[in-house]
Ligand binder design. Structure first.
Ligand code: PGD
Ligand code: PGD
Ligand code: 6MO
Length: 823
């Protein structure tokens, strides 16, 4: 998720009232406003306003109270084409306009007719009523079932902004109310962020990389291993900076050799004109072992590096050579599993060793069963090559994410609103707080198995018995795996509250739906670039809230007030006073470090942006200090070295994550010994969406096929099944079925089809497990098991299935309009 997670830094809260601006709690307008084309009558003045979002900073043009166009900030080196969808997301037919309550819930009470969830039978209520219902229900559930009955571990890609951070605000309100069940980790790197601290002593996945200028100068062989940075660097957790594109352009201009190891010939492979190697999905550990074996056989591994900087190679070597299990992990052995020819594997070993090689791994590799092994083995391979800490060599796991590798500016840390102080120290999304905490991807498992013991990273805990959930800033009915299992589990909730601005599939499955504003309808502040930190930007309100939407802050302040905790929630501060307090804390640091930064009023009323210079960040080389002096600059592992063998993991005694990296046969994979289906289903991140965000906008018309989510299929696989380009197809396995639009291509290896994650779930019969999804939510087909007892991450990229030409009755996709009565 975020390297920034600077929310953990407690804001130096200034209580000084400085501007008579913003909304005080007592003044919150509860009466429905008059609507003019979806915008409130008073409106914002015409003009251009600079603001920002995950896709970058942009200037929005306002006319007559409406946002009419957007154009990228002039300093964005590579604006995302998705910005066009941002504009449409404000006014699209999927916008939530009013507070709504599921009819059966309203008329018969919590838990009534849960089967009717998702059918769209909602009743519009006033804000007063909605707030009262929510507050009373929170109190009822806590009183009846205790503190561990309400889940507020709401996960997802909420918008940037240090004040309207809806997930922190939810937990802030919940902490004031009493207690709640929280979640830890994320869906992005659930497995890797748990194994990496054992191996290299840091999370690694969200750390700065050896910067692009150094890579451009020194790297001779760039290997994108299950990574597609040209697609995925479009977005950042904070405001997108797109610095990675400058790095990639320079690398291409230099003519550096690039290899892409990926079942798909990616946009990145196309951009670089790269060499494309397409292993079977989920077999990368075998491929890496085959390379490692060749290095040893041909004496190409760096024994000095292994001795000085790593521990446990002596225990891994017998496994690699087959002394422990009678299976040498030779190139031939690997070839039979991954379907990359043995000669190619040997050649890779030689080229990796001969050149200054950067192994740039993506995240999908570890969103698979036994995902922990992928990055552990990649670090092991890089250790054997001995280039870690050298300029342009080693490994890097964030070149594809949030523009990792963009030189970091000398910028102060921008703080944000906190969840009320009960969280333990650490990165905000990793903290344990609340009455109980579960790894975020185990949410459905928790619902289905209350009281069951589960393992997680050396600990054991029991799932709480949850009766209610409040979700903000996430879309679990798209992001979570095995939709049909989830639909069944969700029936356990007596109450499910969703606060969003889109009628997402999740909102449709809610009992109470609260309309939030987009971030363009409120004032906020954030940094530009998770790694770059190149600027602090005023995210100024572009237009007034449309229809009856309210800001996340105002909604939670109202609920807190109803619970008798309004003052504690707001601390008496207005929106702009909060923003100023975050800015002023950064200003204090800047002054101490002599970084030029204007006073708040000049910043907010002036350009609305303060940029920071890059000095030392220009030449950063990851692990250079460790390499220079491993004794004085040890890693944060028990041995202070890279752990190829982990005694801590050995002590855990897990059967699905051993003490050194190893190949384990997943439950299902392309060509697996017991796999029933013939096709692997790749579920990559979409080029024209951020997960499910913008799926409800016009941008969808630029990529949908016959009104459905595209399904990439190799021409040969399509021919064998009588499928033509543009056909509607049914993609299915034992877990479910979806419709999609066939896109024939030779840019995907035979045996693999791809349906991107993020397509909105649109069941013909909502609430009925097994129901056909009309649009194409690939998570109907994926499996919901933890990566291992260690990481408990999701296995979104472990699925197989079959594709056929759809022969059923014609269907109309129904998820891109608001439910009846909510239009
Ligand atoms: P988004 O579509 O970004 O997906 O899952 P996530 O739930 O984050 O959902 C964000 C939601 O928040 C949207 O509904 C949006 O409207 C809402 N929202 C945005 N801003 C605000 C705000 O300010 N206030 C409120 N109230 N709401 C807001 C993403 C997750 O999916 C991730 S990170 C990964 S890495 C996983 N990837 C895969 C995958 O690769 N393959 C599969 N099959 N499945 C995956 N799921 C995971
Ligand atoms: P994916 O698209 O899931 O992206 O970044 P991540 O790297 O996880 O996968 C990257 C590549 O891995 C794909 O090209 C896929 O084909 C390949 N791949 C899949 N399985 C295998 C395998 O078994 N072996 C090999 N060798 N390759 C494999 C995700 C990151 O992107 C995250 S976590 C988030 S939250 C953001 N999401 C988006 C997004 O939704 N849309 C865009 N445009 N950008 C994003 N950036 C971020
Ligand atoms: Mo992610």
């Amino acid at each position: 998720m975020s390297i920034a997670s600077k929310e953990e830094f407690r804001a130096e809260l200034s209580r000084r009232s400085f501007l008579n601006y913003g909304v005080a709690l007592g003044a919150l307008g509860l009466a429905p406003s008059l609507l003019v084309n979806g915008a409130r009558a008073a409106g914002m003045p015409d003009g251009e306003i600079l603001t920002g979002c995950h896709w970058g900073a942009f200037r929005a043009k306002v006319e007559g109270g409406r946002m009419v166009s957007v154009k990228p900030w002039e300093k964005d080196p590579a604006p995302s084409h998705q910005l066009a969808g941002v504009l449409d997301s404000v006014y699209s037919p999927t916008r939530i306009k009013y507070p709504m309550v599921r009819r059966a819930w309203l008329e018969k009470g919590p838990g009534a007719d849960v089967e009717s969830r998702g059918t769209g039978d909602f009743v519009r209520v006033s804000w007063d009523k909605a707030i009262e219902l929510v507050a009373k229900e929170l109190q009822r559930v806590e009183k009846t079932y205790g503190p561990a009955a309400t889940f507020a571990g709401s996960y997802g890609w909420k918008s940037p902004g240090r004040l309207h951070n809806c997930q922190s605000l939810l937990r802030r309100m919940m902490n004031l109310k009493g207690n709640f069940v929280n979640s830890s980790g994320d869906y992005s790197t659930g497995a890797a962020q748990i194994i990496m601290p054992h191996v290299v002593g840091t999370l690694e996945m969200y750390e700065q990389q050896t910067v692009w200028p150094v890579v451009v100068e020194k790297t001779e062989l760039m290997v994108f291993w299950g990574a597609d940075p040209v697609v995925t660097n479009q977005i950042s957790w904070v405001i997108g900076d797109h610095g990675g594109y400058e790095g990639m352009k320079a690398l291409k201009a230099k003519g550096t050799k690039v290899i892409c190891i990926d079942p798909v010939r990616t946009e990145t492979a196309e951009f670089f004109g790269a060499e494309w190697l397409a292993p079977r999905p989920q077999t990368d550990v075998a491929l890496m072992l085959g390379i490692a074996h060749t290095l040893v056989v041909e004496k190409l591994h760096d024994e000095k590096f292994l001795k000085t900087y790593t521990t446990g190679f002596d225990k891994f070597l017998p496994y690699l050579m087959g002394e422990t299990d009678k299976t040498p992990k030779s190139a031939e052995w690997a070839a039979a599993i991954c379907e990359i020819p043995a000669d190619t594997i040997k050649d890779l070993a030689r080229r990796f060793a001969k050149n200054r090689t950067m192994l740039a791994g993506g995240f999908a590799l570890q969103r698979q069963q036994y995902g922990e092994q992928r990055h552990w083995m990649l670090v092991t391979l890089a250790s054997m090559l001995g280039q870690i800490g050298l300029p342009g060599g080693g490994f890097g796991f964030s070149y594809h994410y949030a523009n990792g590798g963009t030189p970091s500016a000398d910028a102060p840390v921008l703080t944000g609103i906190t969840d009320g102080g009960k969280a333990k120290e650490g990165a905000a999304w990793m903290t344990e707080a609340g009455a109980a905490t579960i790894p975020c991807a185990r949410v459905v498992d928790m619902l289905l198995n209350p009281g069951k013991e589960f393992d997680f990273n050396g600990t054991k805990a029991k799932y709480p018995d949850v009766k209610m959930a409040y979700w903000v800033g996430g879309n679990p009915f798209v992001h979570h795996q095995d939709r049909n299992r989830m639909v069944e589990a969700w029936k356990k909730f007596e109450t499910f509250i969703v606060q969003d601005f889109q009628w997402t599939p999740t909102a449709r499955f809610a009992d109470i739906v609260l309309p939030a504003t987009t971030s363009y309808e409120r004032n906020d502040i954030d940094s530009v670039g998770d790694y770059a930190g190149s600027a602090i930007l005023a995210m100024k309100k572009v237009i007034d809230p449309v229809f009856e939407s309210k800001t996340d802050y105002d909604i939670f302040a109202l609920i807190a007030d109803k619970l008798g905790k309004g003052k504690e929630f707001t601390e008496g501060k207005t929106e702009l006073e909060w923003i100023k307090s975050f800015y002023d804390a950064a200003l204090t640091q800047a002054k101490a470090k002599k970084i030029p930064m204007p006073e708040f009023d000049a910043f907010w009323n002036g350009a609305g942006v303060v940029e920071f210079p890059v000095t030392t960040g220009k030449s950063f080389v990851r692990y250079a200090k460790f390499r220079e002096d491993p004794l004085l600059e040890p890693l944060g592992t028990p041995s202070g070295k890279i752990e190829i063998y982990s005694k801590n993991i050995e002590k855990m005694g897990y059967d699905d994550c051993g003490p050194h990296p190893m190949w384990m046969e997943p439950k299902e994979r392309l060509g697996g010994p017991t796999t029933k289906y013939k096709l692997a289903i790749a579920t990559s991140h979409p080029k024209s969406r951020l997960h499910s965000q913008l799926c409800g906008t016009k941008l969808r018309e630029t990529y949908q096929i016959a009104g459905h989510e595209p399904c990439l299929i190799n021409v040969k696989d399509a021919e064998a099944r009588g499928i033509k380009d543009g056909d509607v197809v049914r993609v299915f396995n034992d877990r479910g079925q979806i419709l999609a639009g066939a896109k024939l291509t030779d840019k995907i290896r035979p045996g693999v089809v791809r349906v991107n994650e993020g397509g909105w779930y649109d069941p013909i019969e909502p609430g009925k497990p097994g129901s056909l999804c009309r649009y194409g939510d690939v998570n109907v087909l994926t499996m919901d098991v933890g990566t291992s007892k260690l990481g408990q991450g999701n296995c979104a990229h472990s699925a197989v299935g079959e594709v056929e030409k759809y022969a059923g009755p014609a269907v109309t996709v129904g998820v891109f309009t608001a439910p009846k009565g909510a239009e």
